[in-house]
Design a protein around this ligand. Structure first.
Ligand code: DLL
Length: 434
């Protein structure tokens, strides 16, 4: 069992409580003194830094949300003077202004260690070639994995995203052993390998760290089978640090949160009430060691649950389940909450279709209608499996029983659904278009 920081990753619950409480109280004092918005919010709530002594006091503090970052664009929530900043990133965001985040030298160190813990848990070590196909640039994926891989002493191959044929040649020739990219891009690479009759044995890959978008257990198994590797989930968001906020261990039964740096809470998105272990709700993080941008009780809109049960890997770090979507891009179709990941699970559970799909939602005569376009696989086209029509009916029935609503299933020609090199865009909601 390899750990990057055994002392922290296997700390007792009581030690972790002390570490968190100390860091939380210091951080709250720092934001009170340095960030006008936090100072005002605490005054409004009748709080002073002395009211926040331990983790048990966290719930007293108000939430922070994405709008607060936008309202204070670009640097208004930073808690350090400009000369202490060494890096700026920004999150793409599908709506509105991008969200700008900053790091001091210590922040980069801390973040790199979080990623180093994730890579180590995925079996990466000094001798590995870590192939980073997350985008480099303002997105945190590329440089985040890069610095983490350097921290464990591995050789980084900073491939960045794009040019899949070249990526595959590099994977083969440079003997990349760990692949880091979005799960949808991993599948795209697998498709391209297959389409070009490349033997997957010609690759030296043993594991991959995939994240930046929701993906299902079925998709994990698909990637593992098609690339012949073990697929590890890695979670994070730029506002909190970037990749490495939480990571899979070899047990793959929930991602360990680097909770010496980020306190996780699960709340009821409607009431804000903190929910117990095992109950699904919105993920909220508090940064307790960040210097440049220490966000307090930041609402992520990601839906997940946590467990404090002991993990067989020996880590005591609290685990969060794979996020099953976001409360904000969760689709509500005829009053039913639908997550794209549910649709993906159904598709993959049928066998003989690949997870290339698009979801279109329209409003026709005041009624929501959903169409799921699914790309036909070669297996289907060869008609060996069963007739396409029969398969379509089975798929429709299974979709309906899983989602609780019906939708139209349309099969489209192979390779007609756009492939993504970064985060996949699978939903087109046309209901608001007048
Ligand atoms: O996506 C950071 C990252 C890079 C994570 C590389 C993992 C690997 P943002 O662009 O700010 O940061 O997007 C953050 O992406 O709130 C989730 O909704 C989603 N997300 C990230 N990782 C996962 C994951 C990066 N493993 C948003 N599973 C988050 C599901 C994920 N969703």
């Amino acid at each position: 069992m390899a750990y990057y920081n055994k002392l922290i990753e296997t700390a007792s619950k009581s030690d972790m409580f002390l570490i968190q409480s100390l860091n939380l109280s210091r951080t709250v004092r720092r934001v009170y003194e340095n960030v006008p918005m936090y100072r005002q919010r605490m005054i409004d709530a009748g709080l002073t830094p002395d009211d926040i002594k331990t983790v048990d006091d966290l719930h007293k503090l108000p939430f922070t949300c994405k709008k607060d970052l936008r309202d204070n664009y670009p640097y208004g929530l930073f808690a350090v003077p400009r000369e202490q900043l060494v890096r700026i990133h920004a999150s793409s965001g599908t709506t509105g202004k991008q969200t700008v985040v900053g790091y001091t030298k210590n922040d980069i160190e801390m973040w790199s260690e979080c990623v180093a813990r994730a890579l180590t848990a995925a079996g990466a070590e000094k001798n590995d070639f870590v192939h980073v196909s997350y985008g480099y640039g303002l997105f945190t994926g590329g440089l985040g994995l890069h610095y983490g891989a350097e921290k464990i002493g591995a050789a980084v191959i900073p491939a960045s995203s794009g040019n899949t044929a070249r990526q595959i040649q590099i994977l083969q020739d440079f003997k990349s052993s760990i692949l880091c990219c979005t799960p949808s891009y991993a599948l795209y690479i697998a498709d391209t390998i297959k389409a070009n009759n490349i033997d997957k044995e010609s690759l030296s890959l043993k594991a991959g760290l995939f994240g930046a978008e929701p993906w299902s257990e079925e998709m994990r198994r698909e990637i593992e089978a098609r690339l012949g590797i073990k697929a590890y989930d890695i979670y994070g968001l730029s506002e909190i640090a970037g990749p490495g906020v939480a990571f899979d261990c070899e047990c793959q039964c929930g991602m360990h949160v680097n909770e010496d740096n980020f306190i996780i809470e699960i709340i009821d998105p409607e009431t804000g009430e903190v929910l117990p272990d095992g109950v699904q709700g919105e993920v909220v993080f508090t940064c307790i060691t960040k210097e440049a941008l220490p966000l307090i009780r930041y609402r992520t809109y990601d839906i997940s649950s946590i467990t404090h049960e002991k993990c067989e890997c020996g880590r005591t770090l609290v685990r969060m389940q794979k996020p099953c979507g976001r409360s904000d891009d969760m689709l509500i179709i005829r009053g039913v909450n639908v997550f794209p990941s549910q649709i993906e699970s159904v598709l993959l559970s049928m066998g003989s279709v690949d997870p290339h799909y698009m979801i279109y939602v329209d409003r026709v005569n005041n009624l929501d209608v959903m169409e799921i376009q699914v790309e036909m696989s070669e297996e289907m086209l060869s008609d060996k499996v069963r007739s396409i029509e029969e398969f379509g009916n089975q798929l429709k029935a299974k979709m309906e029983s899983t989602l609780g609503i019906s939708g139209k299933i349309t099969f489209v020609e192979p390779m007609t659904i756009p492939r993504s090199e970064g985060k996949a865009k699978r939903v087109v909601d046309r209901r608001n278009i007048k």
